[in-house]
Ligand binder design. Structure first.
Ligand code: SF4
Length: 376
């Protein structure tokens, strides 16, 4: 099987400009034809049609199909999780991020004991799914740190994900053995030249190494694969094409794992300029989510507290399957440490209030949907 890098190159999905004209050429008849097909299966041309400008006027119909498909595949449930930031040190210089190594602020990394204390608060709020997050701080929080932390947490959490720097396959396998079962790793942008512009230094400047990371953690046995792009860096329609191609490739090759999509939109952050040419509006975000659902019936759709309470409320019954709540994006935030956050969250409601909102939308808030005993 070809590598994902070769596939994207062959189909020119890593050069977004080549797709913009094709997206514009989609007609209303094309969209209607696509919406008359049974939903849930991926074809690049189908996805292209559903993210095209022509599909904007069909959002209501897309929403109805997405809602029915999500209920059919996932029931009336939304799984809840909380992120735990363990370090805001980073060697990279992503120009959109508050943790950028050139930014001058008091950095902080948690000891394993401190991280366990923050996790204790998260567990006391009801969460059984936790996401461990860190900047690229391999020296301060190496793979052994995450193994030690996961070993301490796995009795209290039924699922532990990480969102950290890329690792080798062997390192991912060690983390999996320690109890970590999912990895979220976003390509940020699939357009090579845009990627190079936003990531000019540090290990993250290696586009292909990042692109191959999901292969490495899927090979290591991870059950959950989190993909996404940072919305605001490049044209979102072309990004969605490349993202969908990556997801289809992974689903075919690692069919036992579940792929989920996240939709991080650029948020205000410490010392970050606000010169972003491709900011994504609410309607566009919704179109992207619906289009992906209508092409990937079984993919998780994740919506974080980056988004406003009002938008999260509206999307709860549509296609979302997983939400964060009560999030702190700074190390030690749950135990009240005053450290710099990666970005400002928008929905600051408590987990209990988010769960109540989910119930009032006719869905069930699920704190635990997996137990490690299932995979034993
Ligand atoms: S996005 Fe991640 S890798 Fe880049 S500077 Fe921020 S924390 Fe570091």
């Amino acid at each position: 099987m070809q590598s994902i890098g070769d596939i994207l190159k062959d189909e020119k999905l890593d050069e977004h400009s080549t797709w913009l004209e094709t997206l514009e050429s989609v007609s209303a008849d094309d969209v209607q034809r696509e919406l008359s097909q049974s939903p849930g299966r991926f074809r690049l041309n189908r996805l292209l049609t559903l993210v095209s400008p022509a599909a904007e006027t069909f959002l209501e119909e897309m929403a109805q199909q997405a809602q029915a498909l999500t209920t059919q595949r996932f029931g009336r449930t939304i799984q809840l999780y909380a992120p735990l930031y363990v370090s805001n040190y980073c060697v990279n210089r992503c120009r959109y991020c508050g943790f950028n190594s050139t930014h001058d602020f008091d950095r902080r990394r948690l000891t394993v004991d401190e991280a366990v204390a923050d996790a204790g608060i998260i567990a006391s709020e009801g969460f059984r799914h936790i996401l461990l997050v860190s900047g690229e701080d391999r020296t301060g929080v190496p793979p052994e740190y995450f193994c030690a932390l996961a070993t301490r947490l796995r009795g209290r959490f039924s699922s532990i994900w990480i969102e950290i720097y890329p690792l080798t396959c062997e390192e991912y396998a060690r983390l999996f053995a320690a109890g970590i079962d999912g990895v979220a790793l976003y390509q940020e942008t699939y357009d090579r030249s845009v990627y190079a512009d936003w990531h000019q230094a540090g290990p993250k400047s290696a586009y292909d190494h990042r692109l191959d990371s999901p292969d490495r953690f899927a090979q290591a046995g991870m059950r959950r694969i989190g993909l996404g792009v940072l919305l605001g860096l490049a044209d979102w329609r072309a990004e969605t094409l490349a993202l969908s191609r990556h997801a289809a490739y992974l689903m075919k090759k690692y069919w036992k794992a579940q792929v989920s999509f996240s939709f991080p939109r650029i948020r205000p952050a410490y010392e970050v300029c606000d010169q972003f040419d491709h900011l994504v509006g609410d309607t566009e975000l919704v179109q992207m989510m619906l289009a992906l659902r209508l092409c990937f019936a079984d993919a998780g759709i994740v919506l974080s507290t980056r988004e406003s309470a009002a938008l999260r409320d509206r999307l709860t019954g549509l296609c979302v399957t997983s939400m964060s709540a009560g999030s702190k994006t700074n190390p030690g935030g749950y135990t009240g440490k005053h450290t710099t956050e990666q970005f400002t969250i928008d929905d600051s409601r408590t987990p209990a209030l988010v769960a109540a909102m989910i119930r009032s939308a006719g869905r069930e808030a699920v704190w635990k949907d997996w137990d490690t005993a299932f995979s034993a």
